[in-house]
Write a protein that binds this ligand. Sequence first.
Ligand SMILES: NC(=O)c1ccc[n+]([C@@H]2O[C@H](COP(=O)([O-])OP(=O)(O)OC[C@H]3O[C@@H](n4cnc5c(N)ncnc54)[C@H](OP(=O)(O)O)[C@@H]3O)[C@@H](O)[C@H]2O)c1
Length: 289
Amino acid sequence: MARLVRARYAPEQAAQTWRAMTEAHPIPPKLGLGTFRMTGAACQQAVESALALGYRHIDTGQMYGNETEIGAAIAASGIPRSEIFLTGKVCHALATPEAARISLGESLTRLRTEYLDLCLLHWPRAGLDIPGILEMLIRAQESGKARRIGVANFPLRLLRMAVEEIGAPIFCNQVEYHVLLDQTSILTYLRAHDMMLVAHVPLAQGRLAEHPGLKAIADRHGSTPAQVALKWLLDQDGVAAIPKAGRTVSQRENLAAFDVTLDDADRAVIASLPKDQRFVNPPFAPQWD
Ligand SMILES: NC(=O)c1ccc[n+]([C@@H]2O[C@H](COP(=O)([O-])OP(=O)(O)OC[C@H]3O[C@@H](n4cnc5c(N)ncnc54)[C@H](OP(=O)(O)O)[C@@H]3O)[C@@H](O)[C@H]2O)c1
């Protein structure tokens, strides 16, 4: 299977495909809404609230069990589908590429859409046919079911394999990234290949909203620790962030992170924080580089 994909997409051809896709469709808004652990009516209400506030980038995944509610929220918003950047993820628990292909179709039905703007492989779990799933995603892109394809939680060595050995036209790697976790090597690689880093868990699962070091910075700017944490990410080239916020007040606060201006002294304080705090590390996670 890896040979099949390689024959189809040599690295330079993959890069050309990526550039063509990027020119055809604008890049995602840098701030999106994460939806993990949002389900049922509360999820629909939260997504409707976010869309009404101006969010146009929504992140979901088959594992989250909320695609039906997100589809309903988008439909209820009245916002044209073309104005919303919708990311979905095929579940790593699916046994085969064919099972993943079928499940992607079911996701589109639940989301009430013909296509995802970005479709990711959720986790590179051990034993998964990664070349086969990437081949399936490439086919989904070619058939218009996914405008872009990418990966999530890929450490550098697996990202290199996907890009350099398989030759998949990867748009982004969605990984845990925040002020307490260094991702320099992955970010450097992604930038060198014109790919994005989408930062999941950008608030360290809410912990950063109470962080004393960020609070000291926030107090100087009349802002909040969450806004400081988000602006540090949003200021970085090629980085988008998808904080989950169920409450409208948090959604509004996070959007206003764009109004915060961090200076060199702030960045020096943030640089001095520990950078080895990883909070998303399930049993099926790969070995991190
Ligand atoms: N690809 C992957 O494997 C993967 C893994 C994890 C997460 N993700 C994605 O990344 C998204 C974000 O990650 P996450 O939800 O785990 O963590 P997170 O975004 O770092 O933190 C979410 C928590 O922060 C709170 N919060 C948000 N804005 C706040 C604010 N301004 N002030 C105070 N508290 C605030 C939220 O509370 P309220 O909701 O009550 O407002 C929630 O409890 C997920 O929803 C998902 O879409 C992807």
